[in-house]
Design a protein around this ligand. Structure first.
Ligand code: GLU
Length: 496
């Protein structure tokens, strides 16, 4: 058997997700079981959403968890480059090969035409996917649009009918009707490949033997299988892992659960406990033990022990497990050391003390004033908000939700950026800045008489800050789906 090679292929957009760590863990365990390699590839073909900060956060958070890779953009390897944006020429060459062999075609359809084709497909009901026969324009029309320099994409040919059968390591054979499969775009109008082309080309060239990924990619498998066939390559074994879920069984979402790994780090969870908990997501030790470390997981791993029922990611359970690790596995000396590493160190204290020294007379003034910077969620009540702000409760919720969206969209977590986005928002909402900031102040610091709320947010970092605003929305009764939808519309309509 060829040497087992698995990979994780995250896109560097937004916060590093616990789902990424979960998939990485299972890929690493699988590779270890067969003495293989686990590699990291960065899928940054979506240039408008990918950021270097997010890429760095992926490295930092996976390392914090101890999920080490043996090849990757940051450490190199024999199959590089490992960042897709650096492999453009490779994809172009392969795309050209598909065009030359008649497996792909140039598509000059405008977005209006595509909308119309989709609407028509919906009306007829049976065919939902956009098939080549519908998309392809007469040759003269293609020539005309080409001569006019119109934008184009390259799409793959897909069968119009029949069945595609592929196999999954956990699910066995899966059958999909070809009529449901789009003539997938392979090369976008900006010249960048789509996920599908880049992923297949890279998995092949990087000699990946087993693709363990989230079940949300099952629908892509027929296209991938066809691409492997077009190229004349062997397809890696596929294994789609069950998606993590919120306690109410919906797909894990940040609205219901913190999803950023950095949040768990900032909250003071132990990486051992997070790994232990992720290892229990759909998998169990042969002896069903609840508490185990990464090495024990390596030693006992068997992918067939993954059960397909959606594993529930429950922060309360994780916290309970973390408590066991903290109490059972750390000596007092080790706990002291961990706490130092976590927050009680110069790097963390110096920027904090800069803000508190002017407010201190004696050392003991620090703990009551700065306690909120060492805490998780604050014990707030609706009254705390009504006392601090004259805004009606509905307006308070609106301010907090809009502020949250605005904070979530910030790429750079610095005082000026935070301030200018919140100020713009208060202007657009026509709420006085002071009134606007009061509920945010309460959410972040529990009081309005602390250091500047912007400084507090910088010190707390984006993960805890956002989680506290989210928590405050819940404290104020929360927002149902309907209300949220309405707010979403209003937010989109604001000119900030
Ligand atoms: N870039 C994809 C992601 O963000 C990778 C999916 C795969 O593993 O094929 O999850």
């Amino acid at each position: 058997m060829a040497k087992v090679r698995t990979r994780i292929a995250p896109s560097p957009t937004g916060d590093p997700h616990v789902g990424t760590a979960y998939i990485a863990l299972f890929n690493l365990c699988f590779a270890k079981q067969f003495d293989g390699e686990f590699i990291l590839r960065i899928e940054d073909t979506d240039q408008s959403r990918s950021t270097p900060e997010s890429e760095q956060a992926i490295y930092d958070s996976l390392r914090w968890l101890g999920l080490d890779w043996s090849e990757g953009p940051d450490i190199g390897g024999d199959f590089g480059p490992y960042r897709q944006s650096e492999r453009k020429a490779i994809y172009e060459k392969h795309c050209q090969q598909l065009l030359d062999d008649g497996h792909a075609f140039y598509c000059y359809r405008t977005s209006e035409e595509l909308d119309q084709l989709r609407a028509e497909a919906k009306e007829t009901g049976s065919l939902q996917a956009l098939k080549p026969s519908v998309l392809k324009l007469p040759e003269e029309e293609v020539a005309k649009r080409k001569a006019a320099g119109a934008p184009f994409v390259v799409r793959m040919n897909v069968p119009e009918e029949g069945e595609c059968v592929f196999s999954d390591m956990l699910r066995g054979e899966i059958t999909v009707e070809w009529s449901q499969v789009d003539a997938q775009i392979l090369l976008k109008s900006d010249g960048m490949p789509t996920y599908h082309l880049a992923n297949v080309v890279d998995d092949h060239l990087m000699e990946i033997t087993h693709v363990l990924r989230g079940e949300e990619w099952i629908n892509s498998a027929p296209k991938h299988q066809l691409l492997y066939k077009y190229f004349g390559w062997e397809m890696p074994e596929l294994c789609h892992l069950p998606l993590l879920r919120n306690p109410d069984k919906s797909k894990l979402s940040k609205r219901k659960n913190p999803t950023s790994i950095l949040y768990y780090q900032r909250m003071g969870f132990m990486p051992e406990a997070v790994i232990n908990y992720l290892g229990r997501m759909g998998w169990s030790m042969p002896d069903e033990s609840e508490k185990f470390d990464l090495q024990a997981m390596f030693d006992n791993f068997d992918i067939q022990r993954v059960s397909l029922g959606g594993p529930i990611f429950d922060v309360e359970k994780l916290k309970w497990l973390n408590g066991r690790w903290l109490r059972e596995d750390l000596t007092i000396e080790q706990l002291a050391e961990k706490l130092q590493q976590w927050a009680f160190n110069e790097a963390n204290l110096l920027p904090m003390l800069e803000h508190f020294q002017p407010r201190m007379d004696v050392y003991s003034d620090l703990a009551p004033a700065a306690g909120f910077l060492f805490s998780g969620m604050l014990p707030l009540t609706a009254e705390d908000f009504s006392k601090a702000s004259k805004l009606e409760e509905d307006k308070l919720l609106e301010v907090l939700q809009f502020a949250l969206w605005s904070l979530e969209s910030l790429r750079v977590w610095e005082k000026d950026e935070i301030f200018s986005s919140l100020k713009a928002l208060s202007g657009a909402m026509d709420v006085k800045l002071k009134d606007f900031l009061a509920p945010i102040f309460i959410s972040i610091a529990g009081t309005t008489s602390s250091i500047s709320v912007m400084d507090a947010m910088v010190l707390l970092g984006p993960d805890i800050s956002r989680a506290r605003v989210r928590h405050s929305i819940e404290v104020l009764g929360g927002l149902g789906k309907k209300k949220l939808k309405k707010l979403d519309k209003a937010y989109a309509g604001l000119s900030t």
